[in-house]
Write a protein that binds this ligand. Structure first.
Ligand code: GLU
Length: 390
């Protein structure tokens, strides 16, 4: 069948592909531990699920306004305002997860030939989302020796007259790197001076571990809404990945464009999910701390084991729930890259991990530690045994 070029050239999401493969292997009877997909293993907190049940029971099951119900847009604006956004309801649009927020944004600002700077390692979906809009992703590498963070100088080296935007993801998926206030402010000043829009994906803002602190770009949006867009959502902090609720803080002109696009593509997001997200943002917040504590404990457990692996470089992640060790010292003729190493580990150890190649750094592999401590311990022992006979 003749498919459109845009789809023929599109690669499927590597994170979701590895997770599906692990599920298929498990269904076929193989023992597989998946540390592939980034999704909290906790149930959605009870009061949030209850709000959804009440929404169904009370018949809140019809179309809503395209950008979402006012109460939820207000709650999302209030969320951004914690970081100094000064946002109002009309500055926020609710979309189907962070992915649709980014999709709408790039479709609204990118013309064919435009470039978007994508610091690498990057989340797998950034380049395809840019390319689907006809743009090209200009990858700005920042390897393990730079703590996986780019500087103004790195960005400036890749800027061209066609540079329209630059993605900033702090805390980062896949590295867990957290930019400091100073680092982020320097990049924000550069962006304003060069008329480059900074697209801040802050989906892991609640998952930042001491002594690191989250630095947001919301206050920069407040001053220069034409050069900043901030994206967040409930998926990671509130264990709500399947509910698909993301929100974008965006310039008034752009919000009209995103709204138009969403009205013609997907309409409002699920009405029930909106009520659940409202309960998440405005309800009892005590559910957050135990989940965060578990992630810190697991991060430490994973780092204890990985730091005993020979010749593996891995900065301690300051946030999110991933580690991204540089395994390249162990590549060899039979296992020359991250993809072959992940294949080997799936076959030999029964552990599913995502190759760093999918994130723009073939020296590394990604492990998600959003899973039970005992499972993590077992998976890492299996990996250590398969690779180092440890
Ligand atoms: N963001 C998560 C991950 O990187 C979920 C899967 C996805 O959408 O990529 O694993």
């Amino acid at each position: 069948m003749q498919l459109a070029n845009r789809v023929s050239q599109l690669k499927p999401s590597a994170t979701l592909a590895v997770n599906t493969l692990a599920q298929e292997l498990k269904a076929a009877g193989r023992e597989v531990i998946s540390l592939s997909v980034g999704e909290p293993d906790f149930d959605t907190p009870e009061h949030i699920s209850q709000a959804a049940i009440e929404a169904i029971k009370s018949g809140f099951t019809r179309y809503t306004a395209v950008p979402g119900i006012t109460e939820l847009r207000q709650a999302a604006a209030d969320y951004f305002n914690r970081y100094g956004a000064g946002a109002k309801v009309e500055n926020v649009i609710i979309s189907n997860g962070g992915k649709q927020c980014l999709y709408n944004l790039f479709q609204s600002i990118i013309d064919p030939g435009d470039e978007v700077l994508v610091p690498a390692p990057y989340w797998v979906s950034y380049p395809p989302l840019v390319e689907l809009a006809g743009g090209s992703a200009a990858v700005v590498p920042a390897g393990v020796d730079k703590g996986f963070k780019v500087s103004v100088e790195d960005l400036e080296r890749h800027r061209t007259p066609k540079t329209k935007a630059c993605i900033m993801n702090s805390p980062s998926n896949p590295t867990g790197a957290v930019y400091t206030r100073q680092e982020l402010d320097a990049i924000a000043e550069w962006a304003v001076a060069n008329k480059v829009m900074l697209v801040a994906d802050e989906i892991y803002d609640q998952l930042v571990y001491e002594p690191e602190v989250h630095s947001s770009l919301c206050a920069w949006w407040n001053k220069h809404p034409e050069y900043f867009t901030v994206i967040n959502g409930v998926a990671k902090s509130y264990a709500m990945t399947g509910w698909r609720v993301g929100y974008t803080l965006v310039h008034p002109d752009l919000i009209k464009a995103c709204n138009k696009l969403q009205s013609q593509s997907s309409s409002n997001i699920c009405s029930i999910s909106q009520k659940a997200a409202l309960a998440a943002l405005t309800g009892d917040q005590t559910c957050l701390a135990p989940m965060k504590e578990a992630f810190v404990r697991r991060r430490n457990l994973v780092m204890d084991i990985i730091s005993s692996w020979p010749d593996v470089k891995c900065p301690t992640p300051g946030g999110a729930f991933y580690v991204f060790p540089d395994m390249s010292a162990h590549y060899n003729a039979a296992m020359p890259d991250s993809t072959s190493m992940c294949k080997f580990l799936l076959d030999k150890a029964g552990v599913a991990l995502v190759p760093g190649e999918a994130f723009g750094d073939d020296n590394c592999i990604r492990l998600s530690y959003a899973t039970a401590d005992s499972t993590l311990q077992k998976a890492l022992e299996l990996v250590g045994k398969a690779l180092f006979n440890k």
